[in-house]
Design a protein around this ligand. Structure first.
Ligand code: NAD
Length: 269
């Protein structure tokens, strides 16, 4: 059976851990060649492990260092990918981080750091991806779309989050960045969508599920009463990147076990 992403080239940012690594493995399993992006030399070993895992099952991947908040590095990552693999077909704009603080104690550095990676990083990578898509032209043998971008957002693109103003602002920004560029480039057959994960067990939220008490507290927010796994997001990413989602453009797919159903209201009136 033909795999859904055969012969397609995917750049996945922040793919040495968590959701990015899960998406890298899921896309590679469907035939995509994956650029496993990582930000700093210290993350190289983890990126290599993701590459090894993909190669062990017959897939194709490379590790690539690039800080997505740095324009020159992002431009170089896309140029190197095009020169090595010929093009880019899929971008998963996944890199993201938190620097939490009570709002009145939040430093400008904490604000700028989170906005720089989570929002400016998505802008820079999406811009380069769209430039490559437009230059290449459509290849119907590969995909009905000229290119696909998946922005890793969060339930916090709609749920306010006290103590995390920089993070929530970055994800709210991602929502309208995604919708605006989807509107701008849909006529070119470029599809741009977001995934909004709820609580997925990764290093970013380790403190929220590392003990039975913390997990129990967290699950009060999740109607399905389970924490998500990176595979839940990987499957959604494959769907949105594939022609199965050909008529889906400019939307956010919430993968959250019902977190955005406001479970606090379950037995309240
Ligand atoms: P994670 O910490 O495992 O992954 C984040 C990745 O981003 C790391 O691999 C890190 O090295 C990379 N990164 C950080 N700064 C970077 C930079 N400047 N350039 C390139 N890469 C950089 O956590 P995760 O949960 O897998 O997070 C992935 C994405 O999912 C993030 O955008 C996060 O906001 C989003 N998200 C996660 C959850 C969750 O519950 N885990 C929920 C909602 C949204």
């Amino acid at each position: 059976m033909k795999r859904k992403l055969e012969n397609q080239i995917a750049i996945i940012t922040g793919a040495s851990s968590g959701i990015g690594a899960g998406c890298a493995i899921a896309l590679a399993d469907e035939g995509a060649t994956v650029v496993v992006n990582y930000p700093v030399p210290a993350a190289r070993e983890m990126a290599d492990q993701v590459v090894d895992r993909i190669k062990a099952t017959g897939g194709n991947a490379i590790a690539y260092q690039c800080d997505v908040s740095k324009e020159a590095e992002v431009i170089q990552m896309f140029a190197d990918t095009v020169s090595q693999f010929g093009t880019v077909d899929i971008l998963i704009n996944n890199a993201g981080l938190q620097r939490d603080a009570k709002f009145t104690e939040m430093t400008l550095e904490q604000w700028n750091f989170v906005i720089g990676v989570n929002l400016t990083g998505q802008f820079l990578c999406a811009r380069e991806a769209i430039r490559v898509f437009l230059q290449r032209g459509l290849d119907p043998a590969k995909s009905k779309s000229l290119g696909k971008i998946i922005c890793m957002s969060s339930v916090h693109e709609v749920i306010p989050w006290a103590g995390h103003a920089n993070y929530a602002a970055s994800k709210g920004g991602v929502m309208l960045l995604m919708k605006t560029i989807a509107q701008e480039y849909a006529p070119h057959k470029i599809r741009i969508n977001s995934i909004a994960p709820g609580a997925i067990a990764t290093p970013i939220n380790h403190d929220a599920w590392d003990t039975a008490e913390h997990l129990q507290e967290l699950l009060k927010l999740v109607p399905e009463k389970r924490i998500g796994q990176v595979e839940d997001i990987g499957k959604a990413a494959v769907f949105l990147a594939s022609d199965d989602a050909d008529y889906i453009n400019g939307t956010t797919l919430f993968v959250d076990g019902g977190m955005t159903l406001y479970p606090g209201f379950e037995d309240n009136g």
